[in-house]
Ligand binder design. Structure first.
Ligand code: ADP
Ligand code: MG
Length: 352
């Protein structure tokens, strides 16, 4: 029989309010067991609040949290098989690295705690400094010790709250790769919170994008990038040019759009709903310049969008590249709370 407490982590209708303010709004999430799951969103969108509820440090105002078949909503934090790695390492300065990692096991009177702690240190490639004290280690090493200390407990779920935020860029990139390798090796469920889209795209099997306490979209990195469901997601993951457009007609699988006097064709499945006033999103890297009058590859054919000649002056014109409408989407003007072009791009650009 399988252990009912070990399985997918599920949040059902989870809301957290502070007085009149809603920090997390009706969150439904399934985090598959053994996956690397990223919770991505701008500062203040409710990521830490969500993690704290999973850890049992905060109680949902409404909703339930499950691990496998077990409702853990009312389970005390110390009774949950969940560990958290924070940005601050919080190691005991007077204990050796080995004793720091073995601390929890020793308290629970696990007999071979030192052997297990040593194995965890080997996993993060720090067995050779087991006798040192935290103060003798770099920030990156201390973060790896914090990770070993969490992994040694073999939690059902490991929560990581911006764990690489204090590291410099080079070390952060290196740690992103290492963390991913460690997760594949140990096979534990990792829930990694970050505001860094590149970090989420590099590491996660699945990304949940949050905005103002709500879930915008959940999917694998490629799907979120290629098929963003809202202007917010389109701008938060990479960059997207947003152009005001009007849907003029829908015939068969093709819609015709008017973009400031330029006619464009788009597969109808790229139109998010039946609205006629829309934002058209175009990924910059999917555009290329072709000579005036030339037929750009990938734009012939009725279901492919075609660039008009009015967007660029001189002997060249802009043409949509990539074929089959890749990279272009249209969302209704009313879609998303951050549906205004220019409101969110800073978040994406900052990371480039
Ligand atoms: P994130 O981790 O995504 O940056 P948080 O989950 O920490 O965001 O916070 C989400 C929102 O909830 C923020 O606006 C924050 O100010 C608010 N918040 C968090 N904790 C409390 C609290 N204890 N009391 C009141 N407001 C809070
Ligand atoms: Mg936070």
């Amino acid at each position: 029989m399988t252990d009912p407490t070990s399985g997918d982590l599920r949040l059902t209708g989870v809301t957290k309010t502070y007085d009149a303010f809603t920090a997390v709004d009706n969150l439904d999430l399934v985090i598959p067991r053994g996956s690397f799951f990223a919770l991505l969103g701008p500062s203040g969108c409710g990521k830490t609040t969500t993690l704290r509820m999973v850890a049992g440090l905060d109680q949902p105002t409404i909703g339930q949290i499950w691990i496998g078949d077990q409702d853990i909503t009312d389970t005390k934090a110390y009774q949950r098989n969940v560990n958290t790695v924070f940005q601050s390492y919080a190691l005991f300065p007077h204990l050796s690295i080995l004793d720091n990692v073995a601390f929890g096991l020793r308290r629970r009177k696990v007999s071979d705690h030192k052997v297990k702690a040593m194995e965890a240190l080997e996993l993060v490639q720090l067995a050779h400094i087991a006798k040192k004290k935290p103060g003798q280690l770099s920030g990156g090493m201390q973060q790896r010790v914090a990770l070993a200390r969490a992994i040694v407990n073999r939690p059902d779920v490991l929560l990581l709250d911006e764990p690489l935020g204090a590291l410099d860029l080079k070390l952060r990139r290196q740690m992103q790769i290492e963390l991913k390798q460690i997760q594949s090796e140990v096979g534990l469920t990792f829930v990694h919170v970050t505001h860094d889209q590149e970090e989420a795209m590099t590491m996660a099997d699945t990304i949940a994008v949050m905005n103002s306490g709500r879930l915008e979209q959940v999917g694998d990195p490629a799907t979120l990038y290629e098929h963003p469901k809202s202007t917010f997601v389109a701008n938060f993951l990479g960059q997207s040019n947003l152009l005001e457009a009007t849907v003029k007609s829908r015939v068969g699988s093709t819609a015709e759009l008017d973009v400031h006097g330029v006619k464009l064709r788009l597969p109808v499945d790229r139109l998010v709903n039946g609205a006629s006033a829309v934002w058209l999103g175009v990924r910059p890297e999917k555009l290329r310049r072709v000579a005036s009058g030339a037929q750009p590859a990938g734009t012939a054919g009725g279901d492919r969008p075609e660039g008009g000649g009015a967007a660029a002056p001189g002997p060249t014109r802009w043409a949509w590249a990539g074929g089959r409408g890749r990279g272009h989407h249209a969302w209704p003007h009313s879609a998303g709370r951050a549906g205004q072009p220019g409101r969110q791009p800073q978040a994406a650009q900052r990371k480039r």
